[in-house]
Design a protein around this ligand. Structure first.
Ligand SMILES: [Zn+2]
Length: 338
């Protein structure tokens, strides 16, 4: 088979790879119905996050189970499944508390930008659907695997409640689906911070009531003005830079909640500033596995359409162009068809 391998900054090759095999009795092999490129793939792509050597890319996936190891009980060949970027046994104390992305047996998935994928701890990691889903729902089901699951965690971790005023910092795919998640959880006012016309439009489609184009101190001042000097109940930080994190904390009212789901790069917080900001902070790698059953149900029932976030669809062999388009911000998110 052929899959995407990152060799260095801006060098993605589509090259020959071994078809994955069952390594452990708890593994499954799936054939991918669709895969995609994550905003977090751009950190190593841009050389900001160094790689040790040639790295098979991709950690968002859904597809059909081809084969399972002899200890796999709940996942069967022929089923359609979705899994998370972090594997989980779904039985340890951390998993049972809903933090499967920090499972004691966690492995980070990679190599999903390929036709076949090995998934460790299949029983704990994968969620099957009852029937094979219709083709047109595949993009939305793929979105639950990471980008929606992460946006959902952003809203959940920021304690979004009906009637709340919330702010979303970041208009990447996760930020946009955080808007959708907050809307679904009943937020009344959803302020999306975005400077790009196409992203503003999608934010509004997903439920944003207001758009703020200012950033940094100007952005904070704008939110203050819009909330009568109080700040927002919840702020969802979906970028991972110093500026976005400070913006998030400063936009939040005392007693409010900040979630952060963008992988931080060079973020440092000042203890005294944090102390007097009086906010709750809760973030990290999203425990997508906790939300998958619910999110899959919402998609299958037609209640949400997160697949709209894919504004570029390419055959898998054009994966390098998919990266370029996202790097140059010509595309919000690229879906790849094996
Ligand atoms: Zn666990």
């Amino acid at each position: 088979m052929q899959g995407a391998v990152l060799y260095g900054p801006r060098e993605v090759r589509f090259e020959q790879q071994e078809v994955p095999k069952i390594n452990k009795a708890t593994d499954a092999i799936i054939s991918l119905s669709a895969t995609c490129i994550c905003g977090s793939d751009l950190w190593p792509y841009r050389g900001i996050q160094p790689i040790a050597g040639p790295t098979p890319m991709g950690h968002e996936y859904c597809g059909i189970v081809e084969e399972v190891g002899r200890e796999v009980r709940n996942i069967k060949p022929g089923q359609f499944v979705v899994g998370s970027f972090a594997t989980s046994d779904n039985t340890c104390v951390i998993c049972r508390d809903g933090y499967q992305s920090s499972c004691v047996q966690r492995e980070w998935m990679s190599g999903a930008q390929a036709p076949f994928l090995r998934v460790p701890f299949a029983d704990g990691t994968l969620v099957p659907t009852k029937d094979l889903p219709p083709k047109e729902l595949i993009p939305s089901l793929l979105a639950t695997s990471d980008v929606l699951g992460t946006g959902w965690f952003a809203a959940d971790a920021a304690n979004v409640k009906p009637g709340n005023t919330i702010v979303v910092v970041g208009d990447g795919a996760v930020g946009l689906l955080s808007v959708l998640s907050a809307k679904q959880m009943g937020a009344e006012r959803i302020i999306a911070m975005s400077r790009h016309a196409s992203r503003q439009k999608l934010a509004r489609e997903f439920g944003a009531t207001d758009i703020v184009t200012e950033r940094g101190d100007e952005g904070v001042a704008r939110i203050e003005e819009m909330t009568k000097g109080i700040g927002a109940d919840s702020v969802l930080e979906c970028v991972g830079t110093q500026e976005s994190m400070m913006q998030a904390i400063q936009c939040t009212r005392p007693g409010g909640y900040v979630s952060y789901v963008g992988v931080p790069h060079g973020v440092t917080l000042d203890g005294e500033h944090l102390f007097f900001s009086h906010v709750h902070l809760h973030g990290g790698p999203a425990p997508v596995r906790r939300y998958l059953p619910e999110l899959i149900k919402l998609v299958l029932n037609g209640e949400i359409n997160p697949g709209k976030v894919f504004d570029l669809v390419l055959p898998l062999n054009e994966v390098a162009e998919g990266y370029r388009a996202m790097d140059e911000r010509r595309a919000i998110k690229t879906l790849l068809r094996p």
